[in-house]
Design a protein around this ligand. Structure first.
Ligand SMILES: Nc1nc2c(c(=O)[nH]1)N[C@H]1C(S)=C(S)[C@@H](COP(=O)(O)O)O[C@H]1N2
Ligand SMILES: [Mo]
Length: 309
């Protein structure tokens, strides 16, 4: 994991961990420092304004976020990605964008990042396995990229694909999943301002185990929708196949909206365990749309959410 600059203040330098009362001011200060000091294309410019979309909840530690991961390309255990993802080569990197767009092509990551304004988004993150974290992502709205390539009127869905490189991804040399990992969103979900492409977290470029160099983050959906290490984006007319739905269609739907009222066939989704909360902290109630209902509930008005799970 590359530290962005050896003399950068770390989160712990600027933020008394227990005191998030002045979080907004702290964030403004951290952003201003980032503007002056962070180098490298992924973190070249970070908006100094605190994002209105950030949660006030206290973020998990960098250690927690980078050592407890699901990234099946590197194994099935939570500790496998931190151990093995270093093998993945992320430079050079490009994303192929095709399908129903005006400007299809293979875009080098630097070209994708050049015009965007990166911002920090502190999001709640809820895995379908009923654990959760709060993660300070750095990224930009997916809509900014889609607008640049020109989405054609017939497009209704966005499909995403992860890197397929078995020589660097030991999990891809084993069966179980039909590689590469694929995911998808309805176009209006993809264009929602909460949906971001993330290139970093805290003040680090994205660690490999979290989906370097660029991954999707959709905070109102179960974590498996937030596909890592993206190499391809396609605009389609039909709902694209998604990895977990293909594997277990009765357990994992295309929508995968966080919903405490619709249980997984094998466990309740009513509560969650916050990673790092401590042995006696107790479980927290899971919130409808993971707490983002105000921003996204209207996308699903009139839909039966037990049927379209
Ligand atoms: N390519 C790919 N993307 C993936 C996964 C994966 O195994 N492969 N796991 C998903 C799941 S189940 C979760 S919970 C999140 C975990 O993200 P994190 O490790 O950054 O917390 O990544 C999602 N994106
Ligand atoms: Mo997950």
């Amino acid at each position: 994991m590359r530290k962005t600059h050896s003399t950068d203040p770390s989160w712990s330098d600027v933020t008394p961990k227990a005191d998030f009362l002045n979080r907004r001011q702290i964030m403004a200060g951290a952003g201003a420092m980032a503007l002056g000091s962070i180098a490298g294309p992924a973190l070249a410019s970070i908006d100094a304004k605190p994002s209105a979309y950030s949660t006030d909840a206290a973020p998990n530690t960098l250690k927690e976020i980078t050592s407890y991961n699901n990234f099946y390309e590197f194994g099935w255990d939570k500790g496998d990605p931190v151990q093995y993802a270093g093998q993945m080569v992320t430079d050079p990197w490009s994303i192929e964008i095709d399908g129903l767009v005006d400007k299809p092509g293979t875009y080098p990551l630097d070209d994708i990042l050049k015009p965007v304004t990166l911002e920090q988004r502190i999001y709640r993150f809820r895995c379908v396995e009923a654990w959760s974290m709060v993660i300070p992502w750095i990224g930009f709205e997916l809509s900014a990229l889609l607008d640049r390539v020109g989405v054609q009127p017939s497009a209704k869905y966005v499909a995403f694909q992860t890197l397929y490189r078995p020589e660097q991804m030991p999990g891809q040399r084993q069966g179980g999943i039909d590689w590469p990992y694929v995911e998808g969103l309805r176009l209006d979900e993809a264009m929602n301002p909460l949906t971001i492409l993330a290139t970093g977290l805290y003040d680090e470029e994205m660690p490999n185990q979290n989906g370097a160099p660029i991954r999707l983050v959709v905070p109102w959906k179960y974590g498996f929708k937030s596909i890592k290490s993206i190499v391809k984006i396609s605009l389609t007319e039909k709902e694209p196949p998604t990895t977990w739905n293909r594997l277990q269609p009765r357990e994992y739907g295309f929508y995968a909206n966080v919903n405490p009222e619709v249980d997984h066939p094998r466990w309740s989704q009513a509560t969650e365990r916050r990673v790092g909360a401590g042995l006696f902290a107790g479980r927290e109630p899971t919130l409808m749309f993971n707490g983002y209902g105000e921003e996204v509930a209207s996308l699903y008005s009139g839909m039966n959410l037990a049927k379209f799970y």
